[in-house]
Design a protein around this ligand. Sequence first.
Ligand SMILES: NC(=O)c1ccc[n+]([C@@H]2O[C@H](COP(=O)([O-])OP(=O)(O)OC[C@H]3O[C@@H](n4cnc5c(N)ncnc54)[C@H](O)[C@@H]3O)[C@@H](O)[C@H]2O)c1
Length: 287
Amino acid sequence: MASFDLSGKTALVTGAARGIGFATCERLVARGARVAVIDLDQEACDAAAARLGEGRAIGIAADVTDRGSMQQAVARTVEELGGVDVVVANAGIAHKGATFRALGTETFDRVIDVNLMGVVRTVEAALPQIVARRGHVVVVASVYAFVNGIGTTPYAMSKAGVEQFGRALRVELAQHGAGASVAYFGFIDTEMVHKALDADPLAERLLAAVPKPFLKRLPPKEAGEGIVRGIERRQPRIIYPRRWTAYSVARGIVNPLLDTLMVRDAKTQAVLRDLDARAGEEQQTTA
Ligand SMILES: NC(=O)c1ccc[n+]([C@@H]2O[C@H](COP(=O)([O-])OP(=O)(O)OC[C@H]3O[C@@H](n4cnc5c(N)ncnc54)[C@H](O)[C@@H]3O)[C@@H](O)[C@H]2O)c1
């Protein structure tokens, strides 16, 4: 029995024009919710909203790095859909791999601004609605919240921060009858993964050390369904593929061992030398 019935509810999802965000919207609509599709480009938002069905969704262009723009997006959702019961702070970017030493400060700052502060701004704008309606918050982290972030320090740091944010929110919101979940994904088959990993031979070499089962990719619809099920059950943690749950539980023991292994592993150190040589190269992000 679902403890949070989504039928007739309203959700605001960021980064919703494609990937995990769009798949989450599809599953929300399938449960009878109406959604505000938030993303950078108005046309992409409108196209996504149209695919979700007449009267089921509205598209609003907003940038999670802009506090005012997020507040306006929430205000428009309240005006047009009547309120916000659920917020899914999903928008995020990855970057071309490089060591921290080689990474440009602009790329570093941008990733933190979108992935960590963007989640904070999204929740902050929606929170008065969530509290008033005893709603639910989902913050999208990653297994990089607890996997060593070599080659992608700002991404991993942002996700570890998002995890802390979501955990605290869950406990702080309990007094208001509202809830919060942290979503951790391994590898989901989206444009982010295609652009940041598949297009980069060094990323492939770095991931060669990861046991194959952990590299399994799920289609976005499974991630979206996982988020929606997590909301219905007000789950503290949403982890997909599920095999990452064991790692998350064992992280306190496994991580110090793996960190030491990586310091000593010749192949890992060889890739890191190449990632260190990327200083001064153009460093694209995935959006
Ligand atoms: N794909 C994976 O394997 C994976 C794994 C773990 C976590 N995640 C996380 O899931 C979330 C969604 O990722 P995805 O794989 O669907 O990526 P994606 O690149 O396919 O989609 C991300 C969406 O966010 C939007 N976006 C980016 N910056 C924005 C901004 N400033 N304001 C508003 N929207 C913005 C993009 O335009 C894009 O539509 C991200 O937070 C990502 O870090 C993904």
